[in-house]
Design a protein around this ligand. Sequence first.
Ligand SMILES: [Zn+2]
Length: 142
Amino acid sequence: MRKIDKIIVHCTAGNQSDTAADIVRYHTNPKSRGGCGWKTAGYHYIIEANGKIVNTVPEEKISNGCYGHNGNSINVCYVGGVDTSKSYLPPIDNRTPEQKKSLLALLKILRKKYPEARIYGHRDFAKKACPSFDAKTEYAGL
Ligand SMILES: [Zn+2]
């Protein structure tokens, strides 16, 4: 078992209509086909706009979500997080009520499973807006 001490929340920074399968394809497709060319997708869980939670990487495997912190983390991501009506894609917390509900439920489960882990946003480790809200504060009470 990996030692998990971080649960890191992300957004896809793309269209809210994307599915988990779209995201995994984008991460793992070769660069020659417009993907990132990664061996493993970026997140263990992806929460679609309708609230569906999709397990995309097994928890015991390392996912590619947060540079320098992946070895001991579970990466959780909601689909969305940018305003796609503007060409420069500014960050926006556009979690649907269904996504908020699923995210909360999933984080509660993960906190129980990994009691030593704390919840963070990607922005706590990188100069990024991801996940477009302050996850550390919002979920401090879990
Ligand atoms: Zn992120």
